[in-house]
Write a protein that binds this ligand. Structure first.
Ligand SMILES: NC(=O)C1=CN([C@@H]2O[C@H](COP(=O)(O)OP(=O)(O)OC[C@H]3O[C@@H](n4cnc5c(N)ncnc54)[C@H](OP(=O)(O)O)[C@@H]3O)[C@@H](O)[C@H]2O)C=CC1
Ligand SMILES: CC(C)=CCC[C@@H](C)[C@H]1CC[C@H]2C3=C(CC[C@]12C)[C@@]1(C)CCC(=O)C[C@@H]1CC3
Length: 346
């Protein structure tokens, strides 16, 4: 029986490389669904995948993870098309308006933190976040909450007696506990919404295991390493793409110090692909699975313990459920014409 796999943010970067790797592994035994916000880019990705795998089944789904109504409509469509889902990759993500602190970077270069700075970008990167049309924080909604609503909506396809399904989150080494606050889960007040959203995905994955393992649904988290994609090109926007290419020899050298410099989307997708081939029951709910590339260019996956605990993960899960209920209430009253469609109070 063919496996149904849905990938969010599948039209470029790591998501697209993952689709290519899944099809190279098993072109005919998969029903792949690319969930993307921009259908033109989605169509281009589908054509590229079919060019190398003409017999593959590749479907498209319109979904904007920053819009809760779009996520709910997309989930409805998935329920019409499929009667189960084997693997859901929660990969779409943004890092808008990044601010790269050059001074902190040079200070870090000549300190004992240099390797950790290259691996995690801690202390050198902040972002300016915006609001979605629903009045939610954009990074939180795109990277985390939209995906949470998607999982909840797709529960009937993911939880099947006697069968297992997988959720696989693309997190980051930039996920830091210090950037996250339980009193401000959307990160309305800070300057590290990206780090906060990724730390929240680590916590949420643990909570999802607590709640859903007994129903056959398992959640895992990966870190792709530092990969050259449109997301990372945006970090130094004044750099033309060719300058990044000129830096490649330096990056290869840095890779000798930290094998987190995976650099290509293919390498970055290593852990996503590796997890697909594992028995979900055998995975560690407290581990983050890292895509790594050695100095000699060998790709491998390594599990590293996450800085998460059950109590905090449970608190976040409850807050997300509350927010879901609140968004639902606002959406229904907007549909009844009772209130404007805004959740700025959340
Ligand atoms: N590159 C890196 O070094 C690292 C990346 N990551 C994570 O990897 C994931 C993939 O990023 P990467 O491949 O690098 O970057 P890309 O920008 O190439 O890919 C991001 C994907 O997410 C999609 N996306 C963004 N916003 C939305 C939205 N609102 N609704 C639906 N889809 C959306 C993009 O679609 P569109 O084309 O329409 O913008 C695109 O397909 C992200 O979660 C990122 O945080 C983690 C660690 C390191
Ligand atoms: C020589 C030169 C131009 C160095 C600049 C390096 C930085 C731009 C990178 C060093 C560590 C990188 C990194 C990321 C972005 C680019 C760096 C800051 C991420 C934050 C990208 C998104 C993630 O999720 C984690 C990455 C960690 C490492």
């Amino acid at each position: 029986m063919s496996k149904v796999v849905l990938v969010t943010g599948a039209n470029s970067g790591i998501g697209l490389a993952l689709c290519e790797r899944l099809l190279s592994h098993d072109a005919e035994g998969l029903q792949l669904c690319l969930a993307c916000r921009n259908m033109q880019r989605a169509q281009a990705a589908r054509s590229a995948l079919l060019a190398s795998h003409p017999r593959a089944q590749v479907a498209l789904l319109q979904m904007d993870t920053s819009s809760i109504s779009s996520v709910i409509a997309a989930a409805q469509e998935v329920k019409l098309r499929y009667n189960r889902l084997d693997c859901l990759y929660l990969n779409a993500g943004i890092m808008p308006n990044p601010q790269f602190d050059i001074r902190a970077f040079f200070r870090g270069l000549f300190s004992s933190r240099v390797v950790s700075m290259f691996a995690t970008a801690e202390g050198i990167l902040t972002q300016k976040d915006g609001l979605t049309a629903d009045g939610l924080q954009e990074v939180f909604t795109t990277n985390l909450f939209g995906h949470f609503v998607l999982v909840r909506e797709l529960e009937p396809l993911l939880c099947h007696a006697g069968l297992t399904s997988q959720l696989i989150w693309t997190s980051s080494s930039n996920a830091h506990r210090s950037a996250f606050s339980m009193g401000d889960i959307q990160h309305r007040r800070g300057t590290q919404p990206y780090s906060s959203s990724k730390y929240a995905s680590d916590l949420l994955s643990l909570a999802l295991n607590t709640h859903y393992n007994k129903r056959g649904l398992y959640s895992s988290v990966i870190c792709p390493g530092f990969v050259m994609t449109s997301l990372t090109y945006g970090i130094l926007p004044s750099f033309p793409t060719f300058l990044w290419t000129l830096f490649m020899p330096i990056f290869w050298l840095i890779r000798i110090l930290t094998n987190t410099f995976t650099l290509t989307p293919y390498n970055g997708a290593e852990a996503l692909f590796w997890l697909f081939k594992q028995k979900p029951e055998s995975l560690d709910p407290q581990a983050k699975y890292h895509s790594l590339t050695s100095g000699l260019g060998r790709n491998y996956t390594q599990a590293r313990r996450m800085d998460v605990d059950l109590h905090t993960s449970q608190d976040l899960f409850e807050k997300l459920l509350q927010l879901e209920t609140e968004v639902d209430r606002v959406c229904s009253s907007a549909a009844d014409g009772r209130t404007a469609y805004s959740t700025t109070c959340l």
